[in-house]
Design a protein around this ligand. Structure first.
Ligand code: PEP
Ligand code: MG
Length: 564
């Protein structure tokens, strides 16, 4: 039995069978010599046979897939390639994995040297075939296919990988890496998948198929638990389910403080599947629709109009439906984007990408405009705005697209509300200027914290430095909320900070009257708000703003919440 602690991201107590994946199989081939060439050779031959069978069993569903499979097969049957691997093992004493890696390198280098685009494009397919071989040799899956309910254990997961997985079979998620506001954490929230991130080496410790228990709230995972541990987790699960049932009873109550101030609680969604949970939790609209997650699924473009209009129709009656335009880039890479940026988080993402790929942007703006004709609740919001010039360029493009729609007779709401996200320190510091050009602002604290403290939100190694209560962050929040109110502009928070009940006294005290979060968090935040007194919170927030560091502010908040 091995116990690991990490960052609890979504609550839930689960016992299940582990499905282990490691992307790093490819990166971590050991370059050591083997003193048992016969064993290495038979490992290779067995892997080769199974991969060949696996590839032949795949039924192609398109011409592209058929081409790719034929590249796999011709590589796996190429006599020169195979004899090079066998020579590497027998004569050079390489391990089976190293022998495959070295032969592939030689093979791809020769293809690249031909200078022919067709062959250059085939290199990715060859690498794929290589990864299948390496995976078969190491016994660790590199492709994520789950066929039965499992707790997924991996070194890391890309948002697109989780989206493409059969999520009905995902009981829980345990990753070596990742922070509490990484996009994987956000997806885990919206799909309500119990998740613990930043577990260090769990993907190396756990064996595929072993039993695991996890507690997503406490950030705990136990590999190969004993009977006593399993019993205690069963009891804990019973208590947690009863508490959740109690919370759900309050879903129809408004989030009103004891002195009568209503705080509007909206939800963050990534697709239509989030709507049912939002309505059940009593969300007053959608504060953030992360539209880019639809692009990371395949067929979005065909269905975009339908999805946006459906969201407008279903959520419009409850409150605003806020479509954030594509925040692609960073860790959300779509087809045609540059994967090799040195600093993608500061790079070609969100409106920077959209303003260069105006074909993609125009098509999305038209879809949002069409949805605005379905419900007057539809709003549009732009991500990663870094200042007023950028905002004005984006707004001018929106006007251009509106003019095109008028010309083509496409109906839309001429009064559709327009907002900007505040996610960069430069936007926060110039919030008073930005407020002149928009109807509302929504603070993306996930990014704002990352950029203000210069701490990667997804990197578990520096998670201890990612402090939402850093005085620099709180000063920016205060500046934005005050600037917005002075200009009569609505202001909300849609970053993860909004969904933590313990921050509610501070956020209410700072003057936020709209918060947007995952549906699941609404229940707890509502419960907390109903116990708060706005005047007392405002006094508390004032005091906290004079404290010198995050530790003192965290301590003061714990005391306020009755935890200290
Ligand atoms: C944020 O940055 O807080 C935000 C809401 O956007 P995302 O998490 O999608 O980057
Ligand atoms: Mg963001």
């Amino acid at each position: 039995m091995i116990e690991k602690r990490g960052i609890g991201v979504f609550p839930g107590i689960v016992t299940g069978k582990a499905a282990v994946f490691r992307h790093t199989v490819l990166d971590n081939v050991e370059h050591s010599l083997s003193n048992d060439s016969d064993r290495e050779l038979s490992e290779f031959e067995a892997a080769h046979k199974s991969v060949l069978e696996e590839v032949r069993a795949i039924k192609p569903s398109s011409k592209e897939e058929r081409d790719m499979l034929s590249v796999y097969e011709s590589m796996l049957l190429d006599p020169d390639f195979l004899s090079l691997i066998r020579e590497n093992i027998k004569d050079r004493k390489y391990t089976a994995s190293w022998a495959v890696e070295a032969a592939t390198e030689k093979y791809t280098a020769a293809l690249a040297a031909l200078g022919d685009t067709y062959f250059a494009e085939r290199i990715a397919d060859i690498r794929d075939a290589e990864s299948r071989l390496l995976s078969a040799i190491s016994g660790i899956a590199t492709e994520i296919i789950i066929t039965e309910p499992s707790i997924i254990i991996a070194d890391y997961l890309l948002p697109s990988e989780l989206i493409q997985m059969d999520r009905s079979n995902v009981l829980g998620l345990l990753l070596d890496t990742g922070g509490s506001t990484s996009h994987i954490a956000i997806l885990a929230h919206s799909d309500e998948i119990p998740t613990v991130l930043g577990l260090g080496d769990i993907s190396r410790i756990a064996e595929d198929g072993c039993t695991v228990v996890m507690d997503g709230r406490e950030g705990l995972a136990i590999v190969d638990p004993d009977e006593k541990t399993l019993r205690s987790f069963r009891a804990k699960k019973g208590v947690a389910l009863r508490a959740e049932k109690e919370l759900k009873k309050e879903a129809s109550l408004p989030a009103i403080t004891t002195d009568g101030v209503q705080i509007h609680l909206m939800c963050n969604i990534e697709g239509l599947e989030g709507i049912e949970g939002a309505v059940a939790a009593g969300a007053e609209g959608v504060g953030l629709f992360r539209t880019e997650f639809l692009v990371l699924k395949d067929n979005e473009d065909r269905e975009k109009d339908h999805i946006y209009e459906e969201a407008a129709r279903e959520m419009g009656p409850y409150g605003p439906v806020t479509f954030r335009t594509y925040d692609l880039g960073g860790d959300k890479i779509a087809e045609g984007m540059d994967k090799g940026e040195e600093n993608p988080i500061l790079g070609w993402r969100a409106v920077r990408f959209c303003m260069e790929r105006k074909d993609i942007f125009r098509s999305q703006l038209i879809s949002i405009l069409k949805a605005s004709a379905v419900s007057p609740s539809v709003r549009i919001m732009f991500p990663m705005i870094s200042g007023s010039e950028e905002l004005l360029e984006v707004l001018a493009f929106l006007e251009e697209v509106k003019a095109e729609c008028r010309e083509k007779g496409i109906a839309f709401d001429e009064n559709m509300k327009i907002g900007t996200m505040i996610e960069t320190p430069s936007a926060a510091i110039t919030a008073d200027i930005l407020a002149d050009h928009v109807d509302f602002m929504s603070i993306g604290t996930n990014d704002l914290i990352q950029y203000t403290i210069a701490v990667d939100r997804g990197n578990e190694k520096i998670a201890h430095l990612y402090r939402p209560l850093h005085p620099a962050v709180l000063r920016l929040l205060k500046y934005v909320v005050d600037s917005a109110k002075k200009k009569g502009v609505t202001v909300s928070i849609c970053g993860e900070m909004a969904g933590h009940a313990e921050y509610a006294p501070l956020l209410v005290g700072l003057g936020f009257d709209e918060l947007s979060m995952s549906s699941h968090s609404i229940l707890e935040v509502r419960k907390r708000i109903r116990t708060l007194n706005k005047e007392s919170c405002a006094h508390f927030a004032d005091n906290v703003l004079s404290l010198p560091d995050a530790t003192s502010i965290e301590k003061a908040l714990d005391e306020y919440n009755g935890k200290a």
